[in-house]
Design a protein around this ligand. Structure first.
Ligand SMILES: Cc1ncc(COP(=O)(O)O)c(C=O)c1O
Length: 372
């Protein structure tokens, strides 16, 4: 059996390689440093979905398990068609990957270089930035605006200065849970400097509850230099199944496909298909329940006059008024693992939204540490 300790050790080794780590790996490494992972720990550190895969996906996986001795390559034409269709795309406009991590990695590999940097905000999801650094490619980091949103003008300016590269925009942004409005994304798409690709990571887009935010997928139909990354790890609750996809113009998708490791596991693929077949109920139900639990937490924080960044995803950042590392060190000892540090936002603690019971425990432990 793989113990958590052994898993952490392997993650430590993986970090040295040029590989894009998923959120869980960043989270687990940080947690391993904080405390020996105890049984009964409430894990609010990796923006996972406590609901797990939908029941229909569990059934689909049970059904295919005995047949998993076969590669099932012949099914992947239909699988690509179904995933593409779920977003109104054609099969040649998508590439499946082992989580969105794989397609993010491939995009960094293909569209950045030592002279064409990855341009993003700080803090954003570390994966693409770290991958570019490991590959010896350039990285340019821009500051968030005062309201913690990405400054699209600065991103374009940096791409212009560099003579091209790839802009990575996470919408909503991890870790701040802030959004980039449809108007800002539109401005950026229409002002992309020459030789510049825009990679929009929509891992958390399903949780957004604002009319001024839209997916960047329509730009793919318009033939723009845009790649959209999506994952089944978040609202679909399948983080451990490792399924995601990139959507792009067919010529870009073909380049990404040429670097794909292989097809994804048939078990994961069948789970994805089942979930997509029930998307119209699964997504709104999960979104509504997340928003309800998130609202309870934000109301509780407001009552106590604890500041936080207004969230748009299944996590939020709380201003703890001192270095958040104090909480990151103390809370796991009391049974709750919050997110890792996100410099330069040193006083902000990221917490994933778990079940109502998880959040009750969070409030209890957080308050103990907050009050000192
Ligand atoms: C913004 C963002 N993008 C991508 C990923 C990678 O997730 P996965 O590889 O599970 O799709 C994560 C993980 O949490 C994330 O937060």
């Amino acid at each position: 059996m793989t113990t958590r300790r052994r898993f952490f050790a392997r993650m430590g080794a993986a970090a040295a390689a040029a590989r894009l780590l998923p959120e869980a790996a960043y989270a687990q490494r940080a947690a391993a440093k904080a405390v020996g992972a105890g049984a009964g720990m409430v894990w609010l550190n990796a923006n996972e979905n406590p609901a797990g895969p939908p029941a229909v996906s569990l059934d689909a996986m049970r059904e295919v398990l005995p047949a998993s001795g076969r590669y099932h390559y012949n099914e992947f034409g239909d699988i690509y068609t179904a995933v593409a269709k779920s977003e109104g795309l054609a099969p040649n406009q998508i590439v499946l990957g082992s989580g969105s991590s794989e397609v993010l990695h491939t995009a960094v590999d293909l569209f950045t270089s030592p002279t064409r940097p990855l341009i993003t905000v700080t803090p954003a999801y570390e994966g693409p930035r770290d991958c570019a650094r490991h590959l010896g490619h350039g990285v340019v980091l821009t500051r968030l605006r005062d309201d913690y949103t990405a400054d699209v003008h600065k991103l374009a300016e940096e791409a212009e200065k560099a003579g091209g590269g790839m802009i990575y925009l996470c919408n909503p942004n991890n870790p701040t849970s802030t959004i980039t409005t449809a108007d800002d994304v539109d401005w950026l798409v229409n002002h992309l400097p020459a030789n510049t690709m825009l990679l929009v990571d929509e891992a958390y887009i399903h949780y957004v509850d604002r009319p001024d935010v839209r997916s960047a997928l329509p730009y793919i139909q318009q033939g723009r230099n845009v790649i959209v990354a999506r994952t089944f790890s978040k609202i679909y609750g399948m983080a451990g199944l490792r399924a995601g996809f990139a959507a792009a113009r067919p010529d870009i998708a073909q380049k990404l496909e040429s670097m794909a490791l292989n097809v994804i596991s048939i078990v994961s693929a069948r789970a994805v298909l089942a979930a997509l077949a029930h998307r119209d109920t699964v997504v709104p139900q999960r979104k509504a329940s997340l928003i309800q639990t998130r609202r309870e937490l934000t109301a509780w924080l407001r009552e106590r006059d604890v500041k936080f960044i207004e969230p748009n995803a299944n996590f939020l950042m709380i201003d703890v008024g001192r270095n958040a590392r104090e909480f990151i060190g103390a809370m796991p000892k009391l049974g709750v693992a919050p997110g890792r540090p996100f410099p330069p936002l040193d006083n902000l603690l990221r917490v994933s939204i778990g079940t109502p019971a998880d959040m009750a425990k969070f409030r209890d432990v957080f308050w103990k540490v907050y009050k000192g």
